[in-house]
Design a protein around this ligand. Structure first.
Ligand code: HEC
Ligand code: HEC
Length: 238
């Protein structure tokens, strides 16, 4: 009798572990992890610290599916840059999605405006329009950190184009329809005109999200129970 219960429990745990593991590995996000990733990833610079909206619309409680989120991040509509799977995995997107859906959508939203000086350089105007300012501000600190203090005295058009199309590190990708090569040249002109500033830190994309610890836990306990059950059964028969 005891052994039947033991095997039934073990079998159930293994099954639950496998099923929940498979579900987690697919599209179910972990909201707790999602909260951590959201705080590190670049999404919040445009969509708001709590998904309430900033330079782009709100994402809190947006009612969209995980698949819609993944599609937007990989092949964005409108002027959102794209993130590669190496920068933000599908699982990380699913986790952020799960977290943002636990938050209430804001009652109203007005896009954050970058305050441009009256005589703004056309390159700075472009940086505001294309939302580079969400991560780089007016560019002064960024140019100091990324170019001047690294001994790169000029910001070339080639450097900007290279970064937009094949971004190093954690910056998302902007296509030629989003920012043309000519516009990249104007931005380079502007960045080049900047000289002094103090260092700043930039956001990083989210880390990897693994299969839930619970799934693995259930699976391991279930397998251990099966093993113990099998060993004791063999001993009794012998
Ligand atoms: C440079 C700014 C920027 C960044 C960074 C950014 N987005 Fe967006 N996002 C936009 C814009 C612009 C839109 C479209 C218009 C709007 O919602 O304001 C958009 C739209 C979306 C939508 C709605 C798509 C639809 O079908 O309507 C989702 C979902 C989304 N973003 C998710 C993300 C996630 C997840 C990240 C981080 C991996 C991210 N965004 C980073 C600018 C950005
Ligand atoms: C979601 C945040 C984000 C947005 C939006 C963004 N960047 Fe970046 N960008 C980064 C990060 C992160 C880096 C890496 C900087 C570092 O590690 O110091 C970077 C680096 C750069 C560099 C330096 C490349 C080099 O050679 O060192 C340039 C140039 C640049 N960005 C231009 C732009 C332009 C132009 C736009 C708008 C069209 C833009 N970025 C929008 C996050 C962003």
């Amino acid at each position: 009798m005891f052994r039947k219960v033991w095997f039934a429990t073990a079998g159930t745990l293994v099954l639950l572990g496998l099923i929940s593991g498979a579900v987690f590995a697919q599209t179910t996000g972990d909201a707790t992890r999602g909260q951590q990733i959201w705080q590190q990833a670049g999404c919040k610079n445009c969509h708001g610290a709590n998904g309430e909206g900033a330079f782009a619309g709100p994402r809190a409680g947006d009612g969209k599916t995980v698949e819609e989120w993944i599609k937007q991040v990989r092949t964005p509509r409108a002027n959102m840059p794209s993130f590669s799977a190496a920068q933000i995995s599908d699982q990380a997107i699913a986790d952020m999605h799960a977290y943002l859906q636990t938050l209430a959508a804001p009652a109203s939203f007005a896009p954050k405006q970058f305050s441009l000086p009256a005589d703004a350089h056309p390159g700075l105007t472009l940086m505001a329009q294309k939302r580079c300012v969400a991560c780089h501000g007016d560019g002064a600190q960024f140019v100091q950190l990324r170019f001047v203090s690294q001994g790169r005295s000029t910001v070339t058009t080639d450097a900007v184009i290279k970064q937009l199309r094949t971004p190093a590190e954690f910056m998302p990708m902007f296509s030629t329809t989003q920012v043309s090569d000519e516009q990249a040249g104007q931005i380079a002109d502007y960045l080049n005109s900047l000289t002094t500033a103090t260092p700043a830190t930039l956001p990083k994309s989210g880390g990897e999200a693994a299969v839930s610890g619970w799934s693995i836990g259930m699976l391991l306990i279930g397998l251990a129970m099966l093993l113990i059950g099998a060993v004791t059964t063999v001993r009794r028969k012998a």
